[in-house]
Design a protein around this ligand. Structure first.
Ligand SMILES: [Zn+2]
Length: 63
């Protein structure tokens, strides 16, 4: 019987709890692909420093 499933405890964030959305900068209105984290934080993908305009405030757009 192979009812045994291996869990992946790698210490990485639980990406299945993240939601990929489009997010818009509150400042310059640039739109990025972003993750909405489990706590509601909007994190633009590949832009850990935030928007090109220097803002780090994003609003998730409707999916
Ligand atoms: Zn911006």
């Amino acid at each position: 019987m192979t009812g045994h499933r291996q869990s992946q405890e790698t210490g990485e964030p639980a990406t299945d709890e993240w939601e990929k959305v489009a997010a818009q900068c509150r400042d310059c209105e640039a739109v990025y692909s972003a993750w909405v984290l489990a706590d509601g934080t909007v994190q633009p993908i590949g832009r850990k420093d935030g928007c090109r305009c220097g803002s780090s405030e994003f609003e998730a757009l409707s999916r």
